[in-house]
Design a protein around this ligand. Sequence first.
Ligand code: RIB
Ligand code: CA
Length: 330
Amino acid sequence: MKNSTKGVGIVAQKILLFCDPGIDDSLAIIYALLNPSIQLVGIVTSYGNVNQEQATQNVAYLLDLANRNNIVLIGGAKGPLSGEYTPFYPEIHGEEGLGPIRPPEKIQGELLNFDTVFKIIEQYGDDLLIVDVGRMTSLAIAFNLAGADILNTVKGFYLMGGAFLVPGNVTPGAEANFYGDPMAAKIVTASVDNGVVYPLNVTNKAIIPPNVIDKIIATNNNPFQPLMKAIFDYYFEAYKKLVPGIQGSPLHDVLTLFAITTPQAFKYVERKIFIGETDDALRGVSIADFRPKPQEEPAENQVAIALELDYQLFLDDFIKVMTSKLPIIE
Ligand code: RIB
Ligand code: CA
């Protein structure tokens, strides 16, 4: 297998993915496996939507369905840096993180040590993007262990988290990934040289309605489609209770991967991000200076924050990718 290609004649973007599956994480992994423009070179599994062991088993199950067990799994964090655990949300993601699905016991997934992260960074350098769609503990630990100079040799970082001047999803002001480990989110957003943050401002708009899922699974083109329907339906039932009148489910983590191949679907502003670390209503709350004349900040303190989305581009791409056959790996 050549490293640089996936599918016939397509040079795919290499991704090291940090995640905590979780339904939208799982759909993001499926999206990446089906997308000829994305090559997963490793997956770091961490606590977040479920515990770290369950997250690993869920990823191993998805890779097994795709016959892609060659993608390395790396053991990430089991809890937040502060030691202050926040709850899981089984009503949204299911007890085991895949809604009503329980992955087969026999599939557990073999974990490599955390230093594999640094080996992958060394191997791929600026051909690599790091994507984090979970609590940012593992990535913060990577920054602390290796230092920002080493981590920033990659091409860039795509981070799902935060809510800027819009309501949160776990508290009135905080989004789940930042809330789960605000200290880690602060380290990561302050350390990345070339980082883009995808907050609820855009991910809450990445709504996939149930009829789109029905249309996708009717094509019967890939091995994920029965699973896709079951986990989506579970997630949608939860969202209907959380957001009365909602027409579908927001796929936060899928949107963050979509951004890699379609950055033109977003409008960004460059700002320094502040994240509340106190254990009160400000925990995990993210703010940035959106005044007409913001306070000047050195460029190295700023990250790009996606604030607007071209929804139609996302919807069309989602349908195209999720109805694809698994790419042939050369
Ligand atoms: O706030 C959305 C994020 O939190 C997503 O990454 C989702 O998986 C949830 O845990
Ligand atoms: Ca997630």
